[in-house]
Write a protein that binds this ligand. Sequence first.
Ligand code: F6P
Length: 551
Amino acid sequence: MNENPLKQRQSLTDRPAWKALSAHYTAIRNLHLRQLFAEDPHRGERLCAEAAGIYLNYAKNRITDETLRLLIQLADECELRQRIEAMFGGETINVTEKRAVLHTALRAPQGERIMVDGTDVVPEVHAVLNRMAAFAERVRDGRWKGFTGLPIRNIVNIGIGGSDLGPVMAYEALRHYSRRDLTVRFVSNIDGTDFAETTLDLDPAETLFIICSKTFTTLETLTNAHSARAWCIAKLGDEAAVARHFVAVSTNAEGVSRFGIDTANMFGFWDWVGGRYSMDSAIGLSTMLAIGPEGFREMLAGFHQMDVHFRRAPFSENLPVLMGLLTIWNTNFLEAPTVAVLPYDQYLNRFPAYLQQLTMESNGKGVTLDGKRIGYQTAPVYWGEPGTNGQHSFYQLIHQGTRLVPCDFIGFCQSLNPQGQHHDLLMANLFAQSEALAFGKPLEDVKTEGTPDWLAPHRVFEGNRPSNTLLVERLTPETLGMLVALYEHSVFTQGAIWDINPFDQWGVELGKVLAQRTTPELQSVEDPALTHDSSTNALIRRYRQLKTGRS
Ligand code: F6P
C-alpha cells in the first residue's frame, strides 16, 4: 500500500469538452423548456432511449442536441469506454483497495468466462447460486427443520449498509412474488429497538437468522447477531439450536466460525463485490428465500441485460451513460445539489434509500483517483419517496422553491394490484408532475384565470425544472434487476467523469474509530478523563448524568 499506483491525469476542468460545456452553458442558461419544446415539436419523441424494456424519456432536461454532443465528447475524453471495459474485464479498478470490481460477474450466465488473477470466477458464482437455491428450496418446502422439528416460517436478515439495503429494497419491491406464508424481516440498526421490535412476535422455533456481513466485523451486525443468538438460546434452551437457526453470508469464513456458525451453513462471496453492489451475491439469500430461486435468477437475468446494454450500446443510446451524463450536467453546470428519486409504485418504497448508499457512498468523494483535491462538485444528495405521497409533502419546494431539484420519475404501465381506476390516477399524477415542473404556469395565465394581482405571484409556477421519466411495462424480478443495474452503471459513468474511485468508502472509517474510543467513556463506572473537544465532552458528561439518573 505504500507506493502510489496511480498515474497523473489531466484535470477534468482542463478538458476541452468541459470548457466547451461551460461556454455552452453560459449561452443556453436562460433557455426555457417551453421554448425548447415549442421550437422542436418532436423533441419529446426524439430525446428518449430504450433498452431491455426500460424506456427513458429525458426530453424534459434543460439540454439541446449540442449539450448532448458535448457531454458525449466529455465521456470520450474521460475514456469512459476504456473504463467500462476495464471493469468488465476484471482489472484492478478499485485502486485504493487494490481490487477488481466485478458485480457484473454475479449475473453472468453460465459459460461466460471472467478472469480474476488467472481464475475464471463464473463457475464459482454459479456454484454458490446453486447452493443457495438448494438451501432456499429446503427452507421453502419445510425440509429444513428448526431445532424443535418445526419448519421455518420467519426469516430475519441481520446486516447493515449493503448487507441490508439491497435485500430490504428487493424484498419490498418483489413482495408481490414472495411466499406469503414466510415472514421476512430485517434488522440493521444497533439501536436495540430494531431487534426488539422485529422479533417481538416471532417464535424462535420457527425463525431463521441470516447474518449478512461481507467483513463479519461490522459492529452493528455482530452486536445484533449476538443478541439474536442469546434470544434464540434463551427461548429454545440449548446452544445446539444455533446450528438450525443461523446461517451466514460473508467473505470471512474465520469470523463466521468464531461466531459459532458452522461454515457448512455459510454462503460465500468475494472481495471483488462491493457491499453496495452485493444484492446479487449470497447477500440476496433473503430475496431468494422470499421469491424462490427461479425468481432470483430472473432478477439476475434482468441485471445482465442491462450490463450487456451498458457495455455495447453507443453512448448516444446508452441509458446508464445518458442518465450519468445528465447528472453531470445538472450537478456541475446547473449546480443542482440534489436529485429526487420518485417511484410511482408503492413496492419501490425503499428504492430511494437503497439508491442513497449506491450513489452517495460510491461518488461522495473529494479527491481524484490520483489523490488531488477536487475543484468541482461530485455526487449530489439523493433522496425521495414514492408518488403520490411525496406530492403532499415536499413537492411544493420542487415546484416553487429557490433550489433546483432534478427529478427521476419511475412508473410502471401495468399495476400488480389492479383496483378500479387507481393505476390510471397514479400514472396521471406522475405525468402531470413532470409536465408541471417543466412548463409551469406563467403570470399571464394566472392573471387570465382572474387571480387578483396581489395573489398572482404566489400562484406562478416558473417551470424549467428538469426531470427524467423511466417507464417500464411491469414490475417483475427481471425489470427490477434492469432498473438497479441502470443506476449502478449511471453511478459508474459519473465516477468516471469525476475521475474518482466509486468503489472505496474511506469516509466511513473515522466515525467508527471515534465510537470505539467513546464507548468505554460512556460505560466506565468512574468519571473518565475526557480529552475530546469541549462540545463532545459536554455531551458525554450530560449523557452519563442522565443515563444514571444523577441529575
Ligand atoms: O460502513 C460502511 C460499510 O462498509 C458499507 O460499505 C457496507 O455495505 C456496510 O458497511 C456493511 O459492511 P459488512 O457487509 O462488511 O458488514
